[in-house]
Design a binder for this molecule. Structure first.
Ligand code: ARG
Length: 561
């Protein structure tokens, strides 16, 4: 690929070093002012001239060639125009030669990234609060994989805690296996809610729950068996959803996996003099770092969420020797991650700096937030089902004769739901509305899928092709589209490095919009076979990039819609 910025920098005669020039050159926001722009303001002092005069001087000295074809000084900027057809041809050939691997690279070869994401809780429903971690984590998984990293996807199951003692008591009193197997997590939730209601009048239930919890911890056969039963019921449902979302994991080691792996790290922290006693509990004091203490062992001897996360981090480092370990978890847990990262840092573990909390904002539905205790949760499954159902309605009215309507509706509905968690900077709180995420003309997954399908249908209709006449592509719409496609590989890198799939989502929307403008302005299939063939290459490149981009976000691209 031509490195335009370096090439242009080499043509600028001024006292700044080449590297600085490259950094100062930007792509112009308004392409009527050229393709690249160099601001002269920083040079004014050194050259003892006004920026306007400097721009004129530099522009006058530029030697043009067949790549940089025009230069223009404008108000302290030097604007450069590159050869359009050459630039467009280059992008097309890059995409053609990479094909479905466009955007991939090997920058990550030899490096390992652990991604802790989705991390659902046993006996709790898979609700919309877990959508973002699932969608963002899975997209990061695919992005890093495309960049050549070895990626380990971890579902750090919430499968430990006193709530499982409560579940056993509730199940033994009011539940039965047949109902639980038939109704699934909904039934487990019903029992859990009932426990909390009954507990108010019958405090002895609390003691029984505590006893059952101790029995789980001690490995008592009956307790273990019941816990496994709850776990299987939950996982069966959750895996059904992962399958629909096209989300996978390499490890399901959750909190309970670390039951027997906490002593060593605890001892290590003690040996380093970090652990102090506070009201019978063992803590790491973090007051020097302006945080409340990190609680490691309660006065009754039981461990905590942080203890398990510390043990998990140590274990993952040993097991995978990661270069980075990401935790895709809501910002509500900011303090938890800051605390346990700090504890590991204070323990002088050099890799503590490689732990990253990838925080994201809350998703709510129009009718307000939700809470598990009260039982009024919004299930992710219900959201997906409704999105698929609505997609079906839209598709049926737009294209009643489409074959495999149900499959396409599933791909569109699921895509719309996933994209809603990937389209904005992840830290933003978002409100999910069906009408918005399913708007085929909006900034949505269905819009991308629809544009992709439109590309396919054009390609399908193309029967006659001649030798491409690239000069037919010498227009602003094609150039804009080509420039955006050119940004794709860098957007993949940036999305991964900044843990921000929305960089890629935004580019895909721009590409789809630019394609649709191109398509409105220029007839693709005409009698001019040279022009037709050249434009078909533009359509093909767009098709490849949209499909690849969607797949990196975990979204399918139906051939027809
Ligand atoms: N299960 C937790 C929750 O639903 C998320 C766990 C995140 N991962 C971790 N290693 N703490 O809130």
């Amino acid at each position: 690929m031509i490195d335009y910025k370096s090439l242009i920098a080499s043509k600028i005669n001024c006292p700044l070093p080449q590297a600085d020039l490259v950094n100062l050159i930007t792509e112009t926001a308004d392409d009527s002012f050229g393709d690249y722009s160099f601001p002269c303001f920083r040079l004014a002092k050194e050259m003892r001239m006004s920026p306007v005069a400097i721009a004129q001087k530099i522009a006058g000295e530029v030697v043009l060639d067949d790549v940089v074809v025009k230069v223009q000084p404008v108000n302290g900027y030097v604007n450069f125009f590159v050869d359009r057809v050459g630039a467009i041809k280059e992008v097309l050939s890059d995409v053609q030669s990479a094909g479905c691997h466009y955007g991939e690279s090997n920058v990550g070869n030899g490096k390992t990234i652990c991604i802790d994401y989705s991390s659902v809780n046993i006996c709790k429903s898979f609700h919309i609060g877990h959508l973002s971690t699932t969608a963002i984590g899975s997209a990061l998984y695919k992005l890093y994989t495309a960049l050549g990293y070895k990626v380990v996807g971890i579902n750090h199951l919430g499968d430990y805690g006193t709530q499982f003692g409560k579940m056993i008591v509730a199940f033994k009193l009011w539940g039965d296996r047949t109902t639980a197997e038939r109704e699934g997590v909904k039934e487990l939730q019903r029992l859990y809610v009932k426990f909390h209601q009954e507990e108010v009048e019958h405090p002895e239930l609390t003691d029984q729950a505590r006893e059952w919890f101790v029995r789980i911890e001690k490995g008592d056969a009956e307790a273990q068996e019941l816990f496994e039963f709850f776990k299987q019921i939950t996982l069966a449902e959750v895996k059904e959803i992962y399958k629909r979302l096209n989300v996978t994991f390499d490890s399901w080691n959750g909190e309970s996996f670390f039951n027997d792996k906490m002593d060593k790290p605890l001892q290590m922290l003690k040996d380093k003099g970090l652990v102090t006693e506070s009201q019978g509990a063992q803590v790491v004091d973090l007051s020097d770092h302006k945080m409340p203490p990190c609680l490691l062992v309660k006065s009754d001897g039981s461990s905590l969420y942080a203890t398990r996360d510390i043990a998990a981090a140590v274990w993952r480092k040993q097991e995978y020797d990661f270069d980075k370990c990401l935790y895709v978890v809501a910002y509500q847990q900011n303090l938890h991650f800051k605390q346990f990262f700090k504890v590991l840092e204070l323990a002088d573990l050099p890799w503590a700096k490689d732990l990253v909390h990838v925080a994201y904002g809350m998703v709510s539905l129009e009718d307000g937030a939700m809470s598990t205790r009260k039982g009024n949760v919004v299930l992710l499954k219900d959201v997906i089902d409704k999105a698929v159902e609505k997609s079906m309605e839209i598709i049926s009215s737009k294209n009643p004769d489409l074959p495999n309507k149900q499959t396409v509706a599933e791909q569109v509905g699921v895509g719309a739901v996933l994209f809603s968690a990937l389209e904005n900077a992840k830290i933003k709180d978002i409100t999910f509305t069906f009408d918005r995420v399913l708007n085929f003309d909006g900034e949505t997954a269905p819009y991308l899928q629809y544009t992709h399908a439109r590309c396919n249908s054009i390609l399908e209709k193309a029967t006659n092709r001649g030798n491409a006449d690239y000069n037919a592509l010498d227009d602003i719409e094609t150039m804009r589209l080509a420039k955006l496609i050119r940004q794709f590989p860098q957007a993949v890198v940036d999305s991964a490095n900044k843990y921000e799939p929305s960089i890629l989502s935004a580019l895909l929307i721009d590409i789809a919009q630019a394609f649709n403008k191109f398509y409105i302005e220029h007839r693709v299939l005409t009698d001019d076979l040279g022009a037709t063939s050249a434009r078909l290459q533009v359509v093909e490149a767009t098709e490849i990039v949209l499909k690849k981009g969607l797949s990196l976000l975990g979204i399918q691209a139906p051939e027809k819609m």
